[in-house]
Every structure is written in C-alpha cells, then in structure tokens.
Design a protein around this ligand. Structure first.
Ligand code: 13P
Ligand code: SF4
Length: 302
C-alpha cells in the first residue's frame, strides 16, 4: 500500500491536482487526500482551490457540485458509477410535479441531488447548515427534497416553519432502527448516542445529539464523555477511533455502510490521475442555473 500511496502523492504534485475525500470513503483514502470532511466543507474547498485538477473521492453528485463551483477545472471521479441512491430518487420530471403541486413555495434542495434538480431549486443545503439555510429564507413554509427525514428534522428543530418533504431517503441511514438504539443503550449505559439527521425520525428522536458528519466528529471531540454510540455510516466510526484513541466509539449496529461510497480504491485514484479519465461535465444551461442554488448556500454559510 505504501508504494501506491507514494506514487499518488508524487504524481498529484506534478499534475497540480488536489484530492478531496468524504468521511464515508474507505479510510485508507485519507493517506492521499488533501482534504477530508463532510459535504459542506468539501464544497467550500472545491469553490476555493487553485489546483488544476480536482479528484473527488466520493459519489457522483459531489464531483458534479465541485465542477459547478470550479467550471474551469478538470474534475475527476475515481469510480464513475459511484452514485448516491438518495440523489437518484428524484428526477427532473418528478421535481417539476412536486413544484407544481405546491406552486409559489420556496424550494430547498439537499446537496445530495443532481445538477438538473438543483437548477430548478431556490437554494441548496447540507446536513450541517440546513437549519441556517431554512431560517435565512424568512418564511413559514418550504418544500424540501429529496431527503424526507432531514426535512422533517429541520421542521422539528425550527418549530415555526412547515416543511413539505419529498419522499426520498438514504437507504444506508435507514438501516438503523429504533430497536438498535435501545439495544446499544442497554449494553453501553454510559455512552451518548450521536446520530445523523438522515436517520429515521424514530432514531434521531432517541439520540443525545443529531448533526452532520463533521458535527458528530466535533461533538465527540469536545464532549467530556468517554463513550459514544455512533448512528451513521461506518467510515465515521473508523475515523473517530483513529483520531481519538482514548475514547470509545461503538457502531450502533454492524454494516451501516454506503456501498457506493466504498467503491473507491487507491488504484482508482491512481488511474484517474494517470489517465485523466472519468471527467465530470455539466451542460452549460443547467450549470448556470444550478450554480446559483449552491452559491446562495455558500453565501449564507460564510
Ligand atoms: P454530510 O457529509 O453532510 O454529513 O452528509 C452525509 C451523506 O450522506 C453524504 O452523502
Ligand atoms: Fe447517498 Fe446515503 Fe450513500 Fe450518502 S450515505 S451517498 S446519502 S446513499
């Protein structure tokens, strides 16, 4: 493994490439990544980088978002078939129907969506800034897509905004059931439960803290508690164990894994770096509209 890591690290300097990795990627990817984080952090990095090539170790919508934010850069996705199953739950036509059924209501889209979908929405959000974004709209009703559970979590947190959600969901986070939380709490009575807002309502309601990937990591870092039950993708557990070896991190259940996030290998990264293949492109008309939706989010999140 050391050999391929060295090869990638040398080549990326020669080619002026930057490697961005989401926290759900296989943990060995961090050995070559320049930036590791959640969706918001990585999109902020993608908007600012002066590298010539962006290699996005993540899923399709993430690389596509990077391309929208840095249109003059070459953006490569190491595994071109790595999609997000939630983002694929809403097509452009389904979005149109959803909008037409509630015309005039501002529409917020989770960053886990295609450029076509973003091009028809007012503003984008991630799980770490969703509350801030919805508040910034100063309205008492919004449409939210594609994640119904994140949308409903926002509604419960804010209390004074009606959130009409599209029925999309993350199959990985929905693997976690309320019984898993109850069981883990019984086995680890001193542990705090940290959950991602993509989890089912019956799970996030049982958690001590609900937040994005980086939110969960920061909470665990800053808490005086020593033991945590982690209700999100397994990559977060692995990174927490690595970064805070004196604390205990218990996965809420085995195999809470996003298969598409785990498709990337170091070999794939070397392949795109050497060949320039798997380049992401976005239609110009779609791009000019979709980027506004993301820019508005970045402006509010500054
Ligand atoms: P965050 O990176 O915003 O926590 O989102 C999690 C996720 O499921 C990414 O696809
Ligand atoms: Fe999509 Fe869920 Fe995988 Fe994130 S964890 S990429 S939301 S399917």
């Amino acid at each position: 493994m050391e050999k391929i890591i060295n090869k990638i690290n040398t080549l990326k300097k020669e080619k002026k490439a930057v490697i961005l990795a989401h926290c759900y990627q296989p943990v060995e990817i961090d050995n070559v990544a320049d930036y590791v984080g959640d969706s918001l952090y990585l999109s902020q990095v993608a908007a600012k980088t002066d590298a010539q090539i962006i290699i996005f170790a993540g899923v399709y919508f993430m690389a596509q978002t990077a391309k929208l934010l840095s249109p003059d850069k070459k953006v490569l996705l190491p595994q071109i078939d790595a999609g997000c199953r939630m983002a694929d739950m809403i097509t452009y036509d389904q979005l149109k129907d959803f909008k037409n059924a509630h015309s005039g209501v501002p529409i917020v889209c989770y960053i886990n969506s295609t450029a076509e979908v973003k091009s028809e929405c007012d503003i984008c959000c991630t799980s770490s800034n969703a509350l801030k974004i919805v508040k910034s709209l100063n309205t008492d009703k919004i449409l939210f897509l594609p994640d119904t559970y994140l949308g409903k979590w926002v509604e419960r947190q804010l209390g004074d905004v009606e959130v009409i959600t599209y029925p999309g969901f993350c199959p990985t986070h929905l693997m976690i059931r309320p019984d898993d939380i109850e069981k883990a709490r019984k086995e680890h009575p001193n542990a705090l439960v940290l959950a991602h807002p993509e989890c089912h309502t019956s799970v996030s309601e049982r958690a001590d803290y609900v937040g994005s990937t980086v939110g969960i990591m920061n909470y665990a870092k800053n808490s005086d508690n020593k033991s945590f039950i982690i209700a999100t993708e397994y990559g977060v557990v692995q990174r927490l164990r690595r970064d805070f070896p004196k604390k205990e991190f218990i996965p809420v259940k085995e195999n809470v894994i996003c298969p598409n996030m785990k498709m990337t290998s170091l070999e794939d990264i070397l392949y795109v770096l050497e060949t320039g293949n798997n380049e992401i492109t976005v239609d110009k008309d779609i791009s000019s509209k979709a980027v506004k939706c993301i820019d508005r989010m970045l402006e509010v999140s500054k």
